[in-house]
Design a protein around this ligand. Structure first.
Ligand code: GLC
Ligand code: CA
Length: 591
């Protein structure tokens, strides 16, 4: 007889007591009753336009390339796409350095191409989110150029964060903050009379001056930018660096000491914590934007990129009048361990449920090492900022097996999920890019000390034996594709049972028809033949998801039908199917 530590729906209770003898079941999260808002259970696919598909042969992916391949995304079964920036930009930070928020970069297309993409996507039932980059502009933005040409104290300078330096001659930066890409977060300008002048703040590259969110014009401008794209028909925005817009008053030095809630001191993360991140003022800005999107029909959404912890802090971004979603990076960063997964999933659902929000799962994006490669490291699931050829190389096969298991775990969880282009192919990080090809400001800004993010931004392989693996008709590719990418090309996986692509496609389909995204989560502990620390198991609606991280294979629960597996199942001495290590399966209770 199953034991219930919390109240469970009646139908589920009888099902479980019949089928899961001697287990303990703990309900953490209830299913949504009725039809959920579209985004609460959506699977959203991130397109990094430069690396998706190149239509004109210049080796740079572009918007017409995306439009031409939308059928791939429809076939895969996602609900929406999020496009990383395509705005006019010197591309010093892959377009996260915007020179004009209302123009498309000529390398990526035109406004007409955006309109065509939106029309085609909507026609095929896909929603489209675009990126909003409000923390900083490019130094090539008209406002910054005007600020440089204007005097200290001018209105033009007030749109950014200019300060006089410290030291007798102002030769020292105004405070000790560091740029995420290396070096001080301040750069000194030369005034019109050629004298050394003020310093401006840039939490990222020196070509990305931070805006001053105390300035009313900055607020007004971004509201107009939102409206500009909403009027064109976008379905929402991913808000870049949402946690960084507002800085602590007076820009205090950061002492680098972080005390946890329990009073324990821990080693701070020098660029992710401090008086420049997660200030209360950001929430007012998000609230104002929520009001703007709410004026438009069609349930348009905001998703926050906010690298804040703990999870309770992140939940503040998804309170009912703020952003709809916020990427769950704590989940992304989870080490390969059952107790850690159990803890992060529980904490995430509880924190988000407490504010009525959905949990937004994610494993990969354009800023992190691709998850199969992170999971192929000796310390599986550790979080290096990049992997260089001279670093420990991930075990590709093991990483792929674990990556697929992690993906099936994520897609079985209630909530929304983001996929990063290429993960449906199982792509690994490219670790051996030639130095001269690297473009990430992290690499360039640290003199190569930090390898950076180029390795997850390599153009996609579509066709194994085509020029540039089908990425570009001319064979050009702005970052070279490793030879091994041919093995991952879409055409080698299409229709191939057991391929990563077919696994994702089947999982998305099952997730939809079984309504797992709006479903429930009840932990199951004590399944026959499993150890609590090695096997993660939960029930979502009528599906039980079981993930085996232990070295020993574990039996499939009798009476359950296998819906999908991340890896071929084993067979035990009695001829029964077993779940091998590093594998996730979805099982259905037979009725
Ligand atoms: C975000 C983006 C990242 C970019 C940074 C600065 O973290 O995802 O790619 O470099 O913001 O805009
Ligand atoms: Ca192109």
């Amino acid at each position: 007889m199953a034991e219930f530590t919390q109240k469970v729906d009646h139908s589920m209770k009888s099902l479980m007591s019949k089928q899961l003898p001697s287990t303990t079941t703990t309900l953490i999260h209830r299913a949504i009753v009725g039809a959920p808002d579209w985004w609460r259970d959506a699977v959203i696919y991130q397109v990094y336009p430069r690396s998706f598909a190149d239509s004109n042969g210049d080796g740079i992916g572009d918007l017409p390339g995306v439009t031409a391949r939308l059928d791939h995304l429809v076939e895969l079964g996602v609900d929406a796409i999020w496009l990383s920036p395509f705005y006019r930009s010197p591309l010093k930070d892959g377009g996260y350095d915007v020179a004009d928020y209302r123009e498309v970069d000529p390398l990526l297309g035109t406004l007409a191409d955006v309109d065509a993409l939106l029309a085609a996507a909507h026609e095929q039932g896909l929603r489209v989110l675009v990126d909003l980059v409000p923390n900083h502009t490019s130094s090539a933005h008209g406002w910054f150029q005007e600020a440089l040409a204007s005097a200290p104290g001018s209105a033009a300078r007030d749109r950014y964060v200019f300060r006089t330096g410290r030291g007798e001659l102002g030769e020292e930066p105004p405070n000790n903050w560091l740029s995420k890409f290396g070096g001080p977060a301040w750069t000194r300008v030369t005034e019109a009379d050629d004298s050394p002048g003020e310093w401006y703040l840039h939490l990222f590259d020196s070509s990305q001056p931070d805006l001053n969110w105390e300035n009313a014009q900055v607020h007004a401008e971004f509201e107009q930018v939102l409206r500009f794209w909403l009027d064109r028909g976008v379905d929402g925005f991913r808000i870049d660096v949402a946690h960084g817009l507002v800085k602590a008053p007076e820009l205090p030095d950061w002492t680098g000491r972080t005390t946890t809630a329990t009073g324990r001191k821990r080693r701070p993360n020098v660029t992710d914590e401090g008086p420049m991140w997660d200030q209360d003022g950001v929430h007012e800005i998000l609230r104002a934007w929520r009001k703007v999107v709410a004026e438009y029909p069609g349930d348009r959404v905001l998703v926050a990129e906010a690298w804040v912890q703990p999870i309770e802090r992140l939940a503040r971004y998804v309170r009912p009048d703020e952003t709809h979603q916020a990427f769950n990076f704590e989940f992304l960063k989870t080490r390969w361990s059952v107790p850690r997964y159990r803890a992060v999933i529980t904490e995430s659902l509880e924190a988000n449920d407490s504010v009525g929000a959905t949990t937004t799962w994610v494993l990969s994006n354009h800023d992190v090492v691709r998850h199969p490669s992170r999971l192929g490291l000796k310390k599986a699931g550790s979080f290096p900022a990049g992997i260089a050829a001279t670093d420990e190389q991930p075990d590709e096969h093991r990483g792929l097996m674990r990556g697929r298991a992690a993906s099936l775990l994520m897609l079985g969880l209630p909530g929304s999920a983001y996929l990063y282009q290429g993960e449906e192919l199982g792509l690994p990080e490219a670790t051996a890019l030639p130095t001269e090809a690297r473009q990430d400001p992290t690499f360039l800004g640290t003199g190569g000390n930090k390898i950076g993010r180029d390795g997850c931004r390599v153009p996609l392989p579509w066709v194994a034996d085509a020029p540039a693996l089908g990425f570009s008709p001319s064979g050009a590719s702005w970052l070279p594709q490793p030879a091994s990418f041919a093995r991952y090309a879409l055409d080698t996986q299409l229709g191939v049972p057991g391929s990563t692509y077919e696994m994702y496609r089947a999982a998305l389909h099952l997730r939809r028809v079984r309504r797992l995204g709006s479903g429930s989560l009840a932990w199951v502990v004590g399944l026959a033949g499993t150890k609590k620390k090695k096997v993660l198991a939960f029930i979502n609606r009528d599906v039980m998801i079981v993930m085996n991280l232990g070295a020993a294979a574990v039996p499939i629960t009798p009476g359950c039908a296998v819906l999908i597996t991340s890896r071929r199942l084993g067979i035990d001495a009695e001829g029964r199917q077993t779940i091998p290590r590093d594998t996730t399966v979805w099982l259905r209770f037979s009725s």
